[in-house]
Design a protein. Structure first.
Length: 385
């Protein structure tokens, strides 16, 4: 088990209709903001839930929502110039992970003289970053893998490679989870994101960086996810599914900050960066293969996961627990017609090999449950192709 170092700093607010208090919270850090908004929120009529509370509290703001599905350094540079020209007091960002990463990049780089490529190319020391601009994050997809960490995933527009930049501790001041903002998601999207949260939770649970602290978060997250996914039946649980998923996603995100994401998430990030394929779809496809591989050296922990989720009980052997878990994952994917093979995503094995190379160049590969190189990662890709 890795050393326990606790450095999570933002305030966290979770609950139904908490977005209506955004204006109240924002006033703690300033009265002039740039709002980085996921364009999907406007399309589904949810943008006013973010903007109206700011208007009600007389907060000056302007909206930046020119964000493609894969937000790269070019988008960050554009948004950064707008923020600097407006002399904002802080950034409010609402949306999926790619949008939140844009907001985090703006705040991290706002007071810097060098451009962002200097940090990607390591011609400037990342440890010399100035104080960041205050940041408020409103995740709308029930999780964010990096918001509680000092790592920033950023796609280089020059080559579409994923980079992980080290940013300032305490970059984010507030993370606000409002499950009502996920009501626009389709059944397939909710199922896909739910499986991704579950996969990330298991990755953090079996990571070489896992601690007793991250295990505590994960075990509670698994309990909430079990109820949300209908595996753990209880007449006393009346909490809405979207709230359970938000709770599970928040706890998983917190655990990742003291542990790490794993193989499936690492590959999904790199594939998404290069080919604009939804991260949750890739993670879901790789998930059962990750479980089968991990059970060879983390059998007891994987079995415990199945029991916490309610897919098995104490009378089942560890091997039966693993089988029950993988079978349930595959059944859930088949039930809502999610893709089960990478080839269904219109990407070739040759293209995937480039994403594997990208993954091998990231420091995250050192946090996987076992020592792995690009050959091992490619073997997993081939199994799932």
């Amino acid at each position: 088990m890795g050393d326990f170092i606790f450095r999570i700093s933002p305030n966290v607010v979770l609950g139904s209709y908490t977005a209506s208090r955004l204006g109240q919270f924002a006033l703690d850090y300033g009265s002039k903001y740039m709002v980085v908004l996921d364009p999907v929120l406007k399309e589904v009529g949810l943008s006013e839930k973010i903007l109206q509370p700011l208007t009600d509290h007389n907060i000056s703001y302007f909206v930046f929502d020119d964000i493609p599905p894969v937000a790269d350094t070019q988008v960050v540079e554009q948004a950064l110039k707008l923020a600097r020209d407006a002399h904002v007091h802080g950034i409010i960002v609402a949306g999926g992970s790619h949008v939140i990463n844009v907001g985090r990049a703006i705040c991290a780089m706002y007071n810097e003289n060098s451009d962002i490529y200097s940090y990607i190319d390591k011609t400037v020391d990342v440890n010399s970053l100035s104080s960041p601009l205050p940041l408020i994050c409103v995740p709308t997809t029930m999780r964010d893998l990096f918001v509680f960490t000092d790592q920033l995933p950023l796609v280089d527009s020059r080559n579409k490679r994923l980079n992980l930049l080290k940013v300032q501790n305490g970059l984010c001041k507030l993370v606000l989870f409002d499950p009502n903002l996920s009501v626009s998601l389709t059944e397939n999207q909710i199922e896909s994101i739910s499986l991704e949260i579950l996969c990330v939770a298991i990755e953090a649970y079996i990571s070489q960086k896992a601690t007793f602290f991250s295990d505590m978060f994960i075990e509670k997250a698994l309990e909430q996810l079990g109820y949300a996914l209908g595996a753990s039946s209880s007449l006393t649980v009346t909490t809405p599914k979207e709230l359970l998923l938000s709770q599970g996603g928040m706890l998983t995100s917190l655990a990742v900050a003291t542990s790490s994401i794993g193989t499936a998430s690492l590959l999904a990030l790199c594939i998404n960066s290069r080919y604009n394929i939804l991260r949750s779809l890739v993670t879901g496809i790789l998930f059962p293969y990750l479980i089968e591989d991990s059970s060879k050296y983390k059998l007891d922990k994987i079995a415990k996961v199945a029991r916490i989720l309610g897919y098995a009980n104490s009378e089942n052997t560890a091997e039966e627990c693993v089988e029950a878990l993988t079978s349930n994952i595959r059944q859930r994917m088949a039930k809502v017609n999610l893709p089960t093979r990478l080839k269904e995503l219109s990407v070739s094995i040759e293209q995937l090999s480039l994403a594997v190379e990208d993954a091998g160049n990231l420091d995250l590969i050192n946090n996987l449950p076992r020592s792995m190189n690009t050959d091992d990662l490619f073997d997993l890709i081939k199994q799932a192709y």
